[in-house]
Design a protein around this ligand. Structure first.
Ligand code: 5AD
Ligand code: SF4
Length: 449
């Protein structure tokens, strides 16, 4: 899950002399959690500052999906420790998110500069936890079995596009994945709460919502409802013009949901459906619960219902035991489906996962080469998809103004592609028709009409 919303960059009038800074790593779920952390801290009398050096409290909202992401967190903690020493400051470092959840007590033991470790399900308790830290305690709050339903205060980073978390956690056990351990079991918010939140967002002028969850396609089980019903209810809300959702699991991507997508034109014609591998042998070892043929049949059905649908995916290369033939099956699948775009990852060993115990771990070079091959192949396909749009008129939600040239705007199409064009900065937050004139593999250039 990543990237169509801006990083949290907010400025708030100081109400007290306590300040905080949040650095967010990883997925959109973390971005959304950071907005809630900011909201809760501001309610507690803190004000937000633009850099870690100025802050009394630095929150690192971390990601542990792959080793690289986790290592980045440790090097940042080290850098903060140095800063602390040089400045002789009494800054509190708080570690939130998936590394906090995964490493909790170990993080505390490893670094005295860390005063608070808290998981995503403890955000609403922050005032109490911070109070204890201010009283001199070092606090760990990483229980994954609670979830407040009502969203806490949230300082949204964008006035037109909002993230709305609809569920948290995951009940699947994909062999490579730490998420079930870090985010806990699946719990959905009550649909009435989600509908009320989106209605309120629409009243405040939001035009796009992105529904977030580790597996939104299995939303609603604990409330006797499902994602299709939720989408229908949200689709009926006036003012909301575009609904996005991420991320989905192929085994839960049902006919009923596809039919609902076809009935709800405000739901963006973009489907992110992680395949992970094109080899049935690897899919079985990953514990994904579907075969490539079953996945492809779903893609065929949804494409027949929604012509022009842009489909993107996640793929892991170099999973333990992946042979050249397995990897070729992945390339064949990518070729056959013709993804609009994809996120490719090289398999990363994660603590406590089943994949660690499997045989056939591959060396770094093999994984690097396979990833490079996959990404090069996709780049050519994405370029073709983008080039096919040259000459056409597309509907763009204007997201921002270029920092270097205020007449240059950028925005996204329904399919998630980024477009740049000249226009009035006052257009930000509105939909514009843009004639596409040029395409690269990363963005479109156009002229507003
Ligand atoms: N190694 C590599 N990629 C991973 N992902 C999840 N866990 C791992 C891992 N251990 C990828 C999957 C998932 C995406 C969010 O991250 O492709 O869909
Ligand atoms: Fe991880 Fe699989 Fe759950 Fe996705 S569905 S969060 S990959 S365990």
């Amino acid at each position: 899950m990543r990237g169509t919303n801006p990083k949290l960059a907010l400025s708030v009038t100081p109400v007290q002399n306590k300040t905080f800074y949040i650095r967010t790593y990883g997925c959109q779920m973390n971005e959304s959690d950071s907005e809630r952390i900011a909201g809760t801290l501001i309610d507690g009398g803190y004000s937000m500052v633009a850099s870690a050096d100025e802050a009394d409290l630095v929150v690192l909202n971390t990601c542990s999906i792959r080793e690289g992401a986790e290592n980045k967190v440790y090097s940042d903690i080290g850098r903060l420790r140095l800063l602390q020493r040089e400045a002789g400051a009494t800054r509190t470092v708080a570690v939130a998110g998936c590394v906090a959840q995964q490493e909790g007590p170990a993080l505390m033991a490893r670094d005295r500069s860390v005063g608070l470790v808290f998981g995503s399900r403890a955000i609403s308790r922050l005032p109490e936890l911070i109070g204890r830290v201010e009283a001199g305690e070092r606090v760990t709050a990483i229980d994954i079995h609670t979830r407040p339903d009502a969203p806490d205060s949230q300082v949204r980073g964008d006035p037109h596009r909002a993230w709305v978390t609809v569920m948290e956690g995951c009940d699947n056990h994909c062999a490579f994945c730490v998420v079930p351990a870090t985010r806990g079991p699946e719990v959905s918010r009550h649909p009435d709460g989600v509908v009320a939140e989106v209605r309120e967002l629409a009243e405040r002028g939001y035009v796009e919502v992105t529904l977030l969850g580790q597996n939104v396609t299995s939303y609603g089980k604990n409330h006797g409802t499902d994602f299709a019903d939720l989408l229908r209810r949200l689709h009926a809300i006036d003012g909301i013009r575009r609904i996005r959702y991420t991320t989905s699991h192929p085994k839960d991507f049902s006919d009923r949901l596809m039919d609902t997508l076809a009935d709800c034109p405000k739901v963006a014609r973009h489907l992110h459906l992680p395949l992970q591998s094109g080899s049935d042998r690897v899919l079985a070892r990953m514990g994904r619960g579907y075969t490539y043929a079953a996945y492809r049949a779903k893609i065929e059905r949804v494409r027949s219902l929604l012509p022009g649908l842009a489909i993107t995916t996640d793929l892991i290369v170099g999973f333990p035991g992946e042979t050249e033939a397995d990897f070729s099956a992945t390339l064949d699948a990518v070729r056959e489906i013709g993804y609009f775009n994809l996120y490719g990852f090289k398999y990363s060993r994660r603590p406590g996962t089943l994949a660690l115990t499997l045989d056939g771990h591959l060396d770094d070079d093999t994984r690097d080469q396979r990833l490079a091959t996959l990404l090069a192949m996709q780049k050519a396909t994405t370029l073709r998809h983008y080039q096919a749009l040259v000459g056409s008129l597309v509907n763009v939600l204007v997201e921002g103004v270029s920092k270097r040239n205020t007449a240059r705007l950028s925005g996204r199409l329904e399919n998630g592609a980024l477009a740049h064009f000249e226009g009035d900065p006052g257009w930000v937050g509105s939909f514009r028709q843009v004639r596409v004139t040029q395409a690269s593999a990363s963005a479109l250039i156009g002229v507003a009409v």
